[in-house]
Design a binder for this molecule. Structure first.
Ligand SMILES: [Zn+2]
Ligand SMILES: [Zn+2]
Length: 89
């Protein structure tokens, strides 16, 4: 059943290990938040998130791999500025 802490306003983008959905999609791969691969964010402890799948209500601890306080690497992604090589300047 849906956890009492589940709030549509608090979500984490990860995919459920139980649901037969693709692990990611084109939007996920480019660091954007899609409408398919998210879970309710119930709690956070350091870099681990306690999330619940909105499809099967499975709850689990998701290790984000980021240190406490770190921002998702996608946020800090350095924009790519193509250079024209030796043709410039
Ligand atoms: Zn996705
Ligand atoms: Zn699920």
């Amino acid at each position: 059943m849906r956890d009492a802490q589940a709030d549509i306003g608090r979500r984490a983008w990860t995919s459920c290990p139980r649901c037969p959905v693709a692990a990611s999609c084109a939007a996920c791969d480019t660091g954007r938040n899609c409408d398919a691969h998210w879970c309710f964010l119930l709690a956070a402890e350091g870099r681990r998130l306690f999330v619940q799948c909105p499809g099967c209500w499975h709850r689990w601890w998701h290790d984000t791999g980021f240190g406490a306080g770190d921002r998702p690497h996608a946020v800090d992604r350095v924009p790519y500025f193509p250079t024209a090589g030796s043709a410039t300047a």
